[in-house]
Write a protein that binds this ligand. Sequence first.
Ligand code: UGA
Length: 443
Amino acid sequence: MRNIAVAGTGYVGLSTGTCFADMGNRVTCIDISEEKINMLNQGESPIYEPGLSEMITRNVRGGRLHFTTSYEEALEDAEFIFICVGTPSGVDGEADLQYVRMAAESVAKSMNHPLIVINKSTVPVGTGDWVADIIKRSQPEPVEFAVVSCPEFTREGSALHDFMNPDRVVVGSRNKEAAEKVAQLHLPLRARIVITDLRTAEMIKYASNAFLATKISFINEIAVICEKLGADVEEVAMGMGFDRRIGGQFLNAGLGYGGSCFPKDVKALAHMALVHGSHPSLLRAVIDINRDMRRWAVFNIRDMVGGKLDGKRVGVLGLAFKPNTDDIRESPALEITRMLQNEGALVTGYDPVAMKGAGKSNPELRLAEDPYELAEGADALIVCTEWNEFKQLDLTRIKSLMVQPVLVDGRNIYDPTIMHELGFRYRAVGRTYSEPNGNGNDQ
Ligand code: UGA
């Protein structure tokens, strides 16, 4: 059993703290927001993450998990503190480090015994050294500490599973002994552990996210070429993915990546490259292709409803940036909604869990109770998030409710042949419909 403090109760902090508590450690999570800490102390999770509420309750009851707004209280017996605060995008795409700075200063002022400070937030290469400087400068009296980078690789929606079953754990520090201690914390996970220097660990995180984003933009570019040439990107991706050098994951063509990580991290890496005199042309292309997929969606809806969106009713199926989360940050659905509204379309949305946030962020967006209400009177529907519940809809009923049977499948969840048999005017990403007699047709 180790004593661990965790600063920040967002997705990363809360899942990290709760998982370490579940592994038998004593964990205290700190947040500057009293509202969040009050919620957590009443057993409510401020975020939606499958399995998290149950795991929090179990560990709070077991006396292993605590929440506080006080760094002094959290650091009283702690050997480790994980910094898991947000690093939003600044104006030029650079990571905004104000919360990391605040956390480092609070740690410095509250620590009264040696401490290992572990950066889990995604921070620009070199931030570990900067944090060490801040702590040194802000300590009222010198107390020993070491800074370690241990980037997180968990996905929202499967954060607990990913944390407990990592492909690898990366630990980087100038201080070998501190790195070994952090590695030991992870031994129960029985994962490969990569121990490296501080800056390399920070870079591994950016390079990993940028590579996954590149895979997505790559397959989206191939998808658009497939449409022109009459090939099917789903089968192309499958045929490529069996090659172990390529791998089948993150080759799902669609409306592109969103969320709080890929858009921000690719931009931040490109920014770091630029600032240091490099020309990040591949990263630029990845960003451009991702934006173009939103345009692809609007182009196809406009084209299929008769060339003009003004006054047309469009239903958006799925508002979260991906399934199994209520997170709408950089969600393709919301960007597409805005683009459609700018052209005069009347947009209604439906999502199993993300409607509250979506409605707040775009007050003009109407909300439907379910997919059938969404379809009522619609000129077009677009699938923006591949929630499982959309895969088994009664499509005949959906079609009968619509003014025009136009469906743009931005996540390729339906079978083009079935959709055409049902009488939909259907388009998907990178898939052209061929009639059984061989005639190409995408309407
Ligand atoms: C991502 C990484 O997968 C995690 O390893 C990393 O820890 C995390 O960022 C982070 O840096 O914190 P996450 O943003 O939760 O995790 O979501 P992903 O499941 O990776 O999906 C990201 C976006 O890519 C979603 O919008 C998703 O719809 C899109 N995507 C994903 C595709 O368009 N195609 C794919 O084949 C896969």
